[in-house]
Design a protein around this ligand. Structure first.
Ligand SMILES: Cc1ncc(C[n+]2csc(CCOP(=O)(O)OP(=O)(O)O)c2C)c(N)n1
Length: 544
């Protein structure tokens, strides 16, 4: 069908290089059209829910929009979790959802529902395309889709496509028309608003996940120029570029009761993972607090910011002037040094294996060309606390937009294929159970993906909440089970190994095997909680 060819051709010419297809009938014209392009990557998976997360991973890994082609009905509904995540994580995703034409709507036709605008609050743009019209129309709609997916903030777009049977195949010659380009001049941000912020001396630079990895370097350079300490979230990738101004253990320093106080917070990017930092910022309020980010949306759940500048870090940082106090950074570095010693000796005295031990080992042996994907729940938090790569690294990724424990394996698989790199994923047992279908995707990654299933037989994260004291905790929050993942790995023909202690050897073997594999590590969520409580107490003794 020529309409489907015009659509796919326009997307390909605009740089969409990954098409994910979930088998179906109504989406046949789009699947056939995509299959005509030998140079694009086609990915096929039976589960639209997982495939949606996989597409998100591809888009993140390849730093370009990725497309998904789904059939009508509940197939479309299954994309909702990943569309929500992509919306909140600003990931460009092109959703091509097949539908029946107008004459088959609202009349009991098979697999037909109201799927127009089904993702309404979560898409940057949406359209319901008629079965036929001229070439210019279909091309311009695709050009608009790509344009809106990549505006600020990036995000998903839905093109609902009505197809009328029969789905005629057209000949092998591809309609290679000239692509339609849409672009609008960029507005220059108004930086005159900087002046009131330049009188501070004891600034603290807070960095959450950034709109793009290129934003990190100017921030690191600004911190060096001002000699201001940096609290950088794991997702900023700052740990791949360790600089003197970075305060490694800021979370433990704050937990220790340290009384150093900044006279200004300069925040780039999203909120940070560290809950303690968020509490500390509330305690500091109304400390002058400037948030710099190119996205127009508000990123301030606690309403602490006293100023907002919409700008890229690369535009803002070279222009920002402030004062420097030579002792300010020194004091933070001294705290960091002390906490580092405390953490080191605490681990040495407590060798019983925890997720924290696993993170430290990963930091030691992670090959420099591996990105790391972390599951929500405790893995992202344990990594934020304890994963400091010895070698240079390719960065850390998490579905942090909505912090779901769904689709984590699928996103990791997409990320590996999108970034053309082997990958280490560290995911809790509940998140793995949620995404068992996506074990099938591990089999298909181009590069080996090592999946660590951190099995503490339930939900570890809830042990860190006050609800842990409730007598019903284990039943309703702990969600205890006694399953292991060996049989599921066997079902998908993935090499599998299990350990309840130092997994160094198992991981080194997995990295060297050249194949995707599953390493199950057995831990105790009760002990992990106790370990972290005792480490907090130990840090608090520094002040005494
Ligand atoms: C789709 C979804 N359902 C429920 C939750 C709430 N939730 C957050 S973490 C978590 C448990 C995580 O357990 P696991 O993956 O085993 O990691 P652990 O914390 O034990 O290390 C749950 C249920 C969520 N974030 N997303």
């Amino acid at each position: 069908m020529k309409e489907a060819f015009w659509m796919i051709d326009q997307l390909v010419q605009q740089g969409v290089n990954h098409f994910c297809i979930a088998p179906g009938s109504r989406n046949t014209p789009l699947a056939l059209a995509a299959a005509q392009y030998p140079d694009v990557n086609i990915h096929v998976h039976f589960d639209e829910r997982g495939l949606g997360f996989y597409t998100m991973g591809l888009a993140q890994g390849s730093a370009a929009p990725a497309a998904i082609i789904a059939t009508s009905g509940t197939a479309v509904g299954n994309l909702l979790p990943s569309v929500m995540e992509a919306h909140h994580s600003s990931v460009p995703m092109i959703l091509l959802t097949a539908d029946r034409p107008a004459e088959l709507r609202d009349c009991g036709a098979n697999q037909t529902t109201d799927q127009v605008k089904i993702f309404q609050p979560f898409v940057r743009w949406q359209a319901d395309l008629p079965p036929t019209l001229n070439e210019g129309y279909f091309r311009s709609m695709m050009a608009q889709a790509c344009f809106h997916a990549q505006q600020n903030p990036r995000g998903p777009v839905q093109i609902n496509c009505q197809f009328r049977e029969p789905f005629q195949l057209i000949g092998p010659s591809l309609p290679k028309g000239s692509p339609i380009q849409l672009s609008f001049p960029k507005l220059k941000p108004d930086l005159s608003a900087l002046k009131p912020w330049e009188r501070f001396t004891k600034g603290l630079i807070l960095i959450g996940r950034l709109d793009s990895p290129e934003s990190l370097l100017p921030i690191l350079q600004l911190a060096e120029r001002l000699q201001w300490p940096i609290f950088a979230d794991l997702l900023t990738h700052a740990r791949c570029h360790p600089t003197h101004e970075q305060i490694r253990h800021f979370d433990w320093i704050l937990k220790s009761g340290c009384e150093l106080k900044p006279d200004m917070i300069l925040h780039f990017g999203e909120r940070v993972t560290s809950k303690k930092t968020l509490e500390w910022l509330q305690e500091l309020h109304p400390c002058p607090y400037l948030h710099v980010d190119p996205r127009p949306s508000l990123l301030d759940p606690a309403r602490l910011q006293t100023g907002r500048i919409q700008a890229n870090a690369s535009e803002f940082c070279p222009l920002f002037e402030a004062k420097t106090d030579p002792d300010w950074l020194k004091s933070w570095k001294e705290w960091d040094r002390q906490i580092d010693g405390t953490v080191e000796s605490f681990f040495a005295e407590n060798p019983r294996f925890t997720e924290g031990h696993a993170m430290r080992i990963i930091g030691e042996i992670l090959p420099s060309h591996y990105p790391v994907f972390l599951g929500n729940g405790m893995p992202i938090r344990d990594a934020d606390h304890f994963l400091f790569p010895k070698n240079s690294c390719k960065g850390f990724f998490v579905n942090r937009g909505l912090t779901g424990i769904d689709g984590n394996i699928a996103t990791a698989a997409g990320l590996s294929n999108g970034s053309n790199a082997p990958l280490l994923a560290f995911i809790g047992d509940q998140a793995c159970l949620h995404d068992l279908n996506s074990f099938a995707l591990l089999k298909k990654t181009k590069y080996p993906l090592t999946l660590i299933v951190s099995n503490n037989y339930g939900s570890g994260i809830f042990h860190h909440l006050p609800i842990v004291k409730c007598p019903h905790f284990e039943k309703y929050w702990g969600a205890a089970h006694d399953w292991n993942f060996e049989d599921i790995a066997r079902m998908f023909e993935l090499p599998y190994v299990r350990t309840d202690s130092d997994p160094r050897e198992e991981l080194s073997d997995a990295f060297q095997s050249g194949k995707s594999s599953v390493v199950e590590i057995i831990t105790s969520r009760h002990y992990n909680h106790q370990f972290q409580m005792e480490l907090t107490e130990r840090c608090q003794q520094i002040l005494v």
